[in-house]
Design a protein around this ligand. Structure first.
Ligand code: GLA
Length: 733
């Protein structure tokens, strides 16, 4: 049994972790433990009740002066109670002041995992045997209820959390902060790993000590953002890939978020994670409730690899719904870096012809096919094909491409509008602008007000008619700017604080409608590359364009960071032309192929301009990827080293679930005179087995698993700048 309740001590066990809360004699829900699997001991014996001074005492405990919410470990803290740390909830319940104090009300255990209306959430399957624990807290004075929901995936070592607020008072509550999870640890033994970045440089892994005070990570951009990812790791100081206690926390949400990681004066650690609260203000009327997005937690005592494996499994089995997760993803060629906005039918067909000859599966027509889009300053919103440019209808183009044996995909950016567009001329009020103010433009475009039903309906009709009108197997769903002021003309002044969250709910509504109508459509998420790379999007799209930076070497760092939380099959990665369009670097064609096989593989260059030798490489790379797609898509992934720590090379490994086959990739990132020999330790092989090893299809010999894992594999000396090698291992039977 995963959830055990005894004397109001709630213990949740997963295979390798234990989580515990307890209702104390003041009716506060304390957090008592989260860590490696233990038993049902009431861990509140660890709390030292003391008068700490300047710590307010709750009513009834003043005389003893030792009971203070300012130092107690709580499950869901509130502002205004003399707890001065980061709070999980800031609610005004009628007095004008945020002073809600939550006490225990009731609990329920249910079979199966809860779901959330209108929000992405992990789902269970019959085999997963997930359970739900709901603990209801209530304000000490008012009929204001807080439902804490826990989804327990025992086998997967995953606990999900969310919160539902319910107003049973006769007046409105005003919520200015509602976090999806709050968690307190009694110690300060941690470091924080987070994934920061920028456009063309997403998810750079950074490990930093915690500080007394608070580390704030957030996105206020209306998307989860390039700048910070809604996933962090709290790690014991000695934790590494192979060992040590660490925790992963992820918000399954695609809009702005806020994470605070705080160490208090008593060396205790608190982490809260949820909706961005910078502009957030939600009026909850009598009878209404509010559901916060879901957060996902995992605790590993075996280091980061095990943590990532748990997240990868959770995403593959319980977040991604698309049937594509079980199918081989098409090897595609995308037109963007090949021709940008400057194309005609001949150019596209010339690329398609090469793609078909090289054995690719799909051609994706990126930006530029609609309205009068010859520049990126116009036409967003006018989702009508430019027949002059495309040389006829989309149906005709798609048919010609299909005749060559390829499937066809198309780029869209539904949430945006150009001022120079028919849509804007007809519906200027559909843009998210503030009356009386000049809008902030990004890429010269405005954001559509996705909180409006008429906007969603327009987009749904337009997109469905495009998909119905031509044979289209794939859609790339882009979003190329951040929100500035989140303003909707349909909402009164006092409700503008809802807009950013309502915007995301609108995006989800539209995606849901399209997915229900076209369940087999492969949707690739994108936001100027990876500016909306989160588990929320993966609920709708099984893969995401990882970055607009296609340079193989920079991708090593971006893909490394992405791999901590997200399965490799979600990472869309393409071979592009050199010098690279983003940073001018020149890398061998082979290296670009190997780096793009770190994710879902494809090309993004004008195949018709390649040399004969390069075309041959395209053929061979595509054949290799297709042959081993199961390893690339479903294999267990090991980061063998970190591109942030090792200047000389980056290496990674895929291993199939039966440990019969592995692919190890190595990319050299520096050249040395008089070089040393590098030795690489492999991971996860079957003890007692022997493996035949090929380097780039050249046989190297047979080695035992023990040798390869304990002593290692010798790497070749790089022959040129950014040289790369792919090793294939097969178990000897
Ligand atoms: C974004 C995407 C690119 C490309 C362009 C088109 O930047 O990330 O891949 O689709 O838009 O405008």
């Amino acid at each position: 049994m995963a959830i055990i309740v005894k004397d109001l001590v709630f213990t949740i066990h997963t295979q390798n972790s234990t989580y515990q809360m307890k209702v104390d004699n003041q009716n506060t829900l304390l957090h008592t433990y989260y860590g490696a699997r233990s038993d049902e001991t009431d861990f509140s014996y660890l709390i030292g009740f003391q008068d700490h001074g300047f710590c307010g005492n709750i009513p009834g405990t003043e005389r003893e002066r030792v009971y203070s919410l300012d130092y107690l470990l709580q499950e869901y803290s509130t502002a205004g109670n003399g707890d001065y740390r980061a709070s999980a909830l800031r609610a005004e319940l009628g007095s004008g002041t945020c002073d809600c104090r939550l006490v225990y009300d009731s609990y329920q255990i249910r079979e199966g995992k809860y779901s959330l209306d209108g929000l992405p959430a992990m789902f269970d399957s019959k085999e997963s045997g997930a359970q739900t624990l709901e603990i209801v807290l209530k304000d000490a004075e008012e009929a204001f209820y807080v439902h804490l929901l826990y989804g327990v995936f025992e086998e997967q070592d995953i606990i999900t959390r969310t919160v539902r607020l319910e107003n049973r008072m006769d007046h409105a509550a005003v919520i200015s902060r509602v976090m999806s999870l709050g968690i307190d640890f009694p110690t300060n033994d941690f470091e924080l790993i987070h994934f920061y970045g920028k456009h063309m440089g997403e998810r750079q892994a950074e490990r930093s000590p915690m500080v007394h005070g608070s580390i704030d990570l957030r996105s206020t951009r209306g998307a989860s953002s390039h700048q910070q990812n809604p996933f962090v790791i709290l790690a014991e100081k000695m934790a590494s890939e192979r060992q040590g206690l660490c925790y992963g926390f992820s918000l399954l949400y695609s809009g702005g978020f806020h994470l605070q990681a705080e160490v208090d004066s008593f060396d205790q650690t608190r982490l809260v994670l949820g909706l961005d609260d910078e502009d957030f203000c939600w009026s909850l009327n009598p009878g209404e409730s509010f559901a916060a997005p879901e957060a996902v937690m995992c605790c590993s005592r075996d280091g980061f690899s095990a943590l990532s494996h748990a997240f990868h499994r959770a995403v593959m089995e319980h977040v991604i719904r698309s049937p594509w997760k079980k199918k081989r993803r098409p090897v595609l060629v995308n037109s963007w870096e090949a021709v940008y906005l400057d194309f005609n039918k001949e150019k596209i067909l010339a690329i398609a012809k090469e793609a078909a000859e090289a054995g690719l599966d799909m051609l994706v027509l990126d930006d530029g096919w609609f309205g009068k889009r010859d520049s990126d300053a116009c036409s967003l919103g006018d989702w009508f094909v430019n027949e002059e440019k495309v040389g006829g209808s989309l149906a005709q183009l798609s048919e010609e491409i299909h005749k060559m044996g390829l499937s066809f995909g198309l780029w869209v950016e539904p949430e945006m509008v150009s001022e120079d567009s028919e849509l804007y001329r007809q519906h200027p009020q559909w843009a998210m602008t503030v009356p009386g103010r000049q809008p902030i433009r990004g890429r010269e475009q405005l954001v559509l007000d996705m909180t409006r039903d008429d906007v969603i309906e327009y987009l749904y009709d337009r997109l469905s008619s495009i998909i119905d009108g031509a044979q289209i197997e794939y859609i790339k769903w882009d979003m190329n700017r951040s929100l500035a002021a989140g303003h909707s003309r349909l909402l009164p002044r006092e409700r503008q604080g809802e807009v950013r969250h309502q915007f995301v709910l609108g995006v989800y509504r539209l995606l849901e409608k399209l997915i229900s109508r076209y369940p087999d459509l492969l949707i690739e998420g994108c936001c100027g590359g990876g500016g909306r790379y989160d588990m929320g999007m993966l609920y709708y799209c099984p893969q995401i364009w990882c970055s607009d930076n296609t340079d193989a070497v920079e991708r090593l760092r971006i893909q490394y960071g992405t791999s901590f939380a997200y399965p490799m099959s979600t990472i869309s990665a393409h071979v592009s032309a050199c010098p690279n369009h983003e940073n001018g670097r020149v890398t061998p064609f082979k290296t670009r192929g190997i780096c793009a096989m770190q994710g879902t593989f494809g090309y993004e260059l004008d195949l018709s301009k390649l040399s004969k030798a390069e075309k041959q490489q395209v053929k061979e790379q595509t054949e290799f990827y297709k042959k081993h797609f199961a390893l690339f898509q479903y294999g267990t992934y090991y980061r063998l080293n970190s591109p942030f720590e090792n200047r000389d090379y980056t290496a990674w490994q895929y291993l199939d679930s039966e440990k019969k086959e592995a692919i190890v990739s190595v990319v050299f990132t520096d050249l040395r005179a008089n070089p040393k020999t590098d030795i690489l330790l492999l991971r996860g092989l079957k003890p007692g087995s022997r493996y035949r090893v090929w380097m780039d299809r050249e046989e190297q010999g047979v080695y035992t698993a023990a040798a390869l894992m304990q002593a290692g594999m010798r790497l070749p000396i790089p022959k040129e700048n950014y040289d790369a090698y792919q090793f294939y291992l097969k178990e000897e039977v």
